[in-house]
Design a protein around this ligand. Structure first.
Ligand SMILES: [Cu+2]
Length: 344
């Protein structure tokens, strides 16, 4: 049993043959049908409607969920012709004598076929006939793949072990997350068995990504100070503009920090924030330069620095790096300059 089924009829309707042709000439061409040249080539062509299910350019309601099984029943009727039905972004499987995967299906007039699709590309995608003279005048639509999980109300995912508690709150909205951290800075976790409160002071891994409120340094500092045992921290996509030198002062055990997709332009001098940090993930920020002190500063524990996707970093900046290779095991720079770093 299919999760969803759609039937698409590819049809060319010749309105030159319509009983209403004279009426249409009178109303839309503002001409006298008795004297009007009905054999005019462009007039004849303009009355050939290349449609799907009777619709030109857009078939409504072609909505589906990511991952569900979709059956596309394709039919072609009318004039003898071929339609090359092209699905953008998602492939289908067609069963004939064997199983074939593809994204274009040749459909002949008078035939029908069923294609199976399990869409995984979310978005609004084109679906059209590839025959130029068909698609140009209407044999085209879009279909939309929704992501149902995005519509669900998310809850925190928790992994609680005796020595290690990981709360993943990256799917929550701002308001929900602020509620989550109550005044005592316990984290409220909804489990199947009921609600439990985990003291923030016992949490070692915390994912606070996608929370723009944390782009405010004061809020971020206050929040982080309640998690003294943090070992791993995710702060991806939080709108962070800079990385204050004292940001992680209250997190003396912090080893892994992910700061992807923020707007950080400069790192603080003296290497202070990397005091205990061993892995610093700064992918896709706006870094203009990296101070050597960040790499060899106090602590000297940094083992992995990931700078990929910082396309404003210049070769000169990277040449100025005095990487302490005794401790630094791995450094990836902006994609453009990877070669320079390797040769250092
Ligand atoms: Cu066609």
């Amino acid at each position: 049993m299919a999760d969803k089924e759609f039937s698409l009829l590819f049809y060319i309707t010749d309105e030159n043959l319509s009983h209403y042709i004279d009426e249409n000439i009178r109303e839309f061409a503002k001409a006298d049908p008795e004297t009007f040249n009905k054999k005019d080539k462009s007039f004849v062509e303009s009355n050939r409607m290349n449609h799907i299910n009777g619709f030109l350019y857009h078939v409504p309601e072609l909505n589906m969920e990511r991952g569900e099984l979709v059956r596309w029943h394709l039919f072609a009727e009318g004039e003898e012709d071929i339609h090359a039905v092209h699905f953008h972004a998602n492939a289908f499987v067609h069963q004939s004598s064997s199983e074939n995967k593809g994204d274009v299906f040749d459909l002949y007039t008078g035939r029908h076929s069923t294609l199976l699709m399990r869409p995984d590309a979310v978005g609004e995608w084109l679906l059209h006939c590839h025959v130029n003279t068909h698609v140009d005048i209407g044999m085209v639509t879009t279909y939309t793949v929704h992501d149902q999980t995005a519509l669900c109300k998310p809850i925190c995912v928790s992994y609680i072990c005796t020595s290690n508690t990981h709360i993943d709150c990256s799917l929550l909205g701002i308001g929900e997350r602020m509620h989550l951290l109550n005044n005592k800075y316990q984290v409220k976790v909804q489990l199947k068995e009921g609600v439990i409160f985990v003291p923030a002071s016992s949490i070692t891994q915390l994912d606070l990504s996608h929370n723009p409120a944390l782009g405010n340094v004061e809020i971020l500092k206050k929040t982080l100070s309640k998690f003294p045992l943090l070992h791993t921290l995710w702060l991806n996509n939080v709108n962070m503009m800079n990385l204050p030198g004292d940001l992680f002062d209250g997190n003396k055990l912090l080893k892994v920090v992910h700061l992807q997709n923020n707007h950080i332009q400069y790192l603080p001098r003296y290497g202070r924030p990397t005091g205990s940090i061993e892995v610093l993930d700064l992918r896709h920020n706006k870094l203009k330069s990296v101070s050597p002190n960040v790499l060899v500063g106090r602590g000297r524990r940094l083992k992995r620095l990931d700078l990929r996707g910082n396309n404003d970093l210049t070769p000169r900046c990277l040449n100025d790096l005095h990487v302490d290779w005794r401790t630094m095991k791995f450094c990836v720079a902006s994609d453009k300059f990877e070669g320079i770093l390797k040769s250092m």
